[in-house]
Design a protein around this ligand. Sequence first.
Ligand SMILES: Cc1ncc(COP(=O)(O)O)c(C=O)c1O
Length: 437
Amino acid sequence: MHETNGATVAGNTAALKAAHEEYLFPCLKPLYREPIALVEASGVTVVDAEGETYLDFFAGILTTSIGHCHPEVVERVRAQVGRLGHTSTLYLTENQIGVAKRLAEIAPGRLSSCYFTNSGTEAVETAITLAQLYTGRHEIIALRLAYSGRSALATNLTAHASWRPVPSTIAGVKHARSPYLYRNPFDPAGDPAEQFAQDIEEVIQTTTSGKPAAFFAETIQGVGGYIVPPPGYFQRAAEIIRSYGGLFICDEVQAGFGRTGERWFGIEHWGVEPDIMVMAKGIANGFPVGATITRPDIAAGWTAKTISTYGGNPVSMAAAEATLDVMRREDTPARSAVRGRQLRAGLEALYDAHEWIGEVRGMGLMQAMELVKDRSSKTPAPGKARALLEAAKAEKLLVGLGGLHGHVIRIGPSMLVTEAEVDDALARLGRACQRVG
Ligand SMILES: Cc1ncc(COP(=O)(O)O)c(C=O)c1O
């Protein structure tokens, strides 16, 4: 028996599981062998329907950026929902403008004009359409191992067969190699940044009309397994796409808002100003917001009619305003850098202890472990990753999975996580590693 917000939830996971299976699409598969039914949360702690408490180091897929139910977000959402709950984009609303202004203040360079939607998928769609309208061109270069969302276009940009429910139906999306250093197919004596960037040029020259609308890339590939490109890659990628008259769109849905440490956005680590940037997830601490930001001259390229019924919804915008205010006050880039170093050091100690951890990688509070059969073959080990995910659950620690084969453990807690909580998570993960041997 467990008391939660006045309601009583008495070990009802089995009933919820049965009802889920009866009333929801079977493709909506919970992560664990025995699903966890979450009923309440605070900070990095979540509680399930059995009354079990877990340390959440995946944050709803890197989304509860300042911790579950942050009091300032809760309070401002509560106030907003009782005052004005919906308007559509047909009217002016103060907090939509407030969020746009805050984003313009932290976004790189001249990016200052925003379009709000309800998800990362829609933010991506908006960016691609805008690039096509502005350039008068159609073709897009994306990266293999990308994950970009669940619409027809976004599943085509996505480059994992398992995330593509139907064959590619959108013409003009071409994929260059992921800048995946751990599995680098090029001559090891060469400069990997240049080699991977050259692949973009080859894709433009060989698979497009030579007139692409844009190069579209996550700054760190999230679902791909936190793939961090080599230094210099994005500078060259931006130069190449611009030399062919296309725009550079960067996807900061996972890497944004300080997650990578020191900087507000991942792309700033490489000193490149994108033409368009997309954001979602951590922007509103779990409320549905997607945002596309660009330069005013590019935004002006969209002259066709457009609305978004829920885009810029006042309740979601109140959540985003509060989240951005807390992130600025608490300096999430600095916090992610410090706690990220602590987390990374702990993961590297696990690497030293376990031959089946092929690589530890990431930036700030976006850290992953790629699991392999052994370090010499580098054969992906999805079974081990599943076992470790379940073992971490047994230690009451939530982490995520990623990678093409589901063989990468992904970690991304709230950016307000404390030193003690990181130590606790590392101890639990260490015990989980012992369990799987
Ligand atoms: C990098 C990236 N872009 C876009 C998306 C799509 O976002 P959403 O699930 O909010 O539609 C995701 C979702 O995981 C993502 O990781």
